[in-house]
Design a protein around this ligand. Structure first.
Ligand SMILES: Cc1cc2nc3c(=O)[nH]c(=O)nc-3n(C[C@H](O)[C@H](O)[C@H](O)COP(=O)(O)OP(=O)(O)OC[C@H]3O[C@@H](n4cnc5c(N)ncnc54)[C@H](O)[C@@H]3O)c2cc1C
Length: 253
């Protein structure tokens, strides 16, 4: 496992993904030997003098949404919370050229082609399940598998509020055109008046059974807000009878 490093770097790009989700690209300095596995996260420190004494520097964890093969940069895909300190700073204050602190990589949320994942046995069929910005590490894992040409079937299953909240949609659609081993399903929790004809509602036992049943899925990756991750894990274990060793999860709480 690569050793965690501390370094300072600059924001080199900001991309609007949806109305309240942004992707921040950080440069990896040429002299920093930063090595990570797709799906891992970093601790990001930002200077936040706007919050007053005692709050001048704040740190939060963010998954790296780019894959190591994409280049010498780290993408962070962040959901904005009106009352959230760091996400609000990133959306309202951060500019290209801002200096931020990075510590990492961290975490066991990654796919190991040889071992399956963290010792759970070889896996050829995986489910990547995320809610909201929880798709960030899932994008990295999917991209990594596709660019390395691994013989792995991927079902990417994401839930979001409205069709306008689907993150990475254009990218995912482009990938599915070239990679028949990638399937993508979005379920919309607030479809009213949106003209949406696809799946609706949260990711529950019924949807898991329909999209990623245990008989055709070796390993489940679940990421996102803590309550969502807990309910998906519960449904996988209790309703679908999936053994704990086949579930890798990353709650944000
Ligand atoms: C391993 C890990 C990986 C993570 N990866 C990502 C990522 O890729 N993208 C991302 O956007 N976030 C990610 N997070 C969450 C992130 O670390 C912050 O918690 C989040 O950005 C909120 O920080 P804040 O400073 O804006 O809010 P804070 O100031 O810490 O919280 C203030 C308020 O914000 C709201 N809030 C904060 N978090 C949540 C939440 N999860 N659900 C609902 N309301 C919330 C609440 O109203 C809360 O009272 C990750 C967390 C962990 C532990």
């Amino acid at each position: 496992m690569a050793e965690a490093l501390h370094f300072e770097t600059e924001v080199i790009q900001v991309v609007l993904e949806t109305m309240d989700v942004f992707t921040f690209r950080l440069e990896i300095p040429a002299d920093v030997p930063f090595i990570w596995r797709a799906g891992q996260f970093i601790n990001l420190t930002v200077n936040t003098p706007e919050y007053g004494p005692g709050m001048e520097r704040l740190t939060r964890a963010y998954s790296i949404s780019s894959s190591p093969g994409e280049g010498r940069f780290l993408d962070l895909t962040v959901k904005y919370y009106e009352d959230g300190h760091v996400s609000r700073h990133l959306r309202e204050v951060t500019y290209v050229g801002e200096v931020v602190g990075v510590e990492g990589p961290s975490g066991d949320f990654y796919f190991d082609a040889g071992a399956g994942a963290t010792g759970t046995g070889a896996a050829r069929r995986i489910a990547l399940i995320g809610g909201g910005a929880g798709v960030a590490p899932l994008r990295a894992i999917a991209r990594d598998i596709l660019e390395r040409g691994l013989d792995v079937d991927i079902h990417y299953l994401a839930s979001c509020r409205t069709p306008n909240d689907m993150i990475y949609l254009a990218t995912l659609m482009a990938w599915t055109e070239h990679h028949p081993n990638l399937r993508v399903t979005h379920t919309i929790t607030r479809p009213q008046g949106q003209g949406w004809s696809g799946p609706t509602g949260r990711i529950d036992a019924e949807k898991l059974r329909a999209c990623v049943p245990p008989e055709s899925t070796d390993l489940y990756f679940v990421a996102g807000p803590t309550a969502m991750v807990a309910s998906v894990r519960e449904a996988l274990k209790k309703d679908l009878g999936v053994d704990r060793s086949r579930i890798v999860w990353e709650p944000w709480g």
